[in-house]
Design a protein. Sequence first.
Length: 342
Amino acid sequence: MRQIRVLVVEDSLLFRELLVRNLNADPGITVVASARDPYEARDAIIEHRPDVITLDIELPRMDGIEFLRRLIPQHPIPVVVISSLSDKVFEAMSAGAVDFVAKPANATRAQLDNFMRNELAVKVKIASIAKVGNKKRTPLDLPRETLSEKRKDLVVAIGASTGGTEAIATVLKEFDTDIPGVVIVQHMPAKFTEMYANRLNEKCVVRVKEAKTGDVVTPGQVLIAPGGDAHMKIIRKDGVYQVVIRQGPKVNGHCPSVDVLFESVAQVAGDKAVGIILTGMGGDGSKGLLAMRNAGAHTIGQDESSCVVYGMPKVAYDIGAVEYQERLPDIAKKTYSLLSKM
């Protein structure tokens, strides 16, 4: 099997050597070069033609975000950002990175080895099959009905993974304040989801926040499941939908899990819901989306051409969970069309 060729871009000599050694320890990965700044990285890209780049954001001579903005148009190579706790990671995603990992802080040797050989190696392998360079979007024209007050009984549930931060933003930016309450699971490390929600809240007309137990699912508001070791479900209480955040084991390798959210929507909302599954690796969300469809909900899957990774939507489509398959730029319009008939 062909090994994934990786370029490591990291200014810290110690951390760079750790990255190189641990990535090389994976039989499916070989580090073809390392660089301490974007100028060395540019030369290494031309010489070695890597399949994937790991990139620190804080770099000398040019920061990683500016490097991404210049890199992707010329060399559409999948990039995995390695970042400390900072909302700059979402600027990097907007600039073209396909995924990110949180840089360990004060980690033990065992924790560091686990991060390097499992979490980072997995992200690199997923990135190696990601599509890059399809960020150009068609301006959207969304003639639609304004949704009436009775839409308070409806709910929109969204699930995503790799490539999802930008895909979700694309959809949410087209939602107006009349949209029914939206609940989202995006696979993301703990503490980053609050920054992500705050960033979306600044860019969208709808209100966006990290969810907490007891939050009411209300029109014009988006609740994003917190990353970490808890799942998010919705319940029906006092005549309204509310979210519950509870700790639990990983489902499909993830916590929070899209399946857990979707299955709760199927049970509680039934045919008064729209389920949307976006770009991501693996199959999380497919069974839950099928449960939603079987309960009478409308379901939408992102199509292959617009996915960074056509994994989760493909599995959902293959098992019959997807009622409508749409390009990313068309998903918001389709959602409104379906809601207007409910």
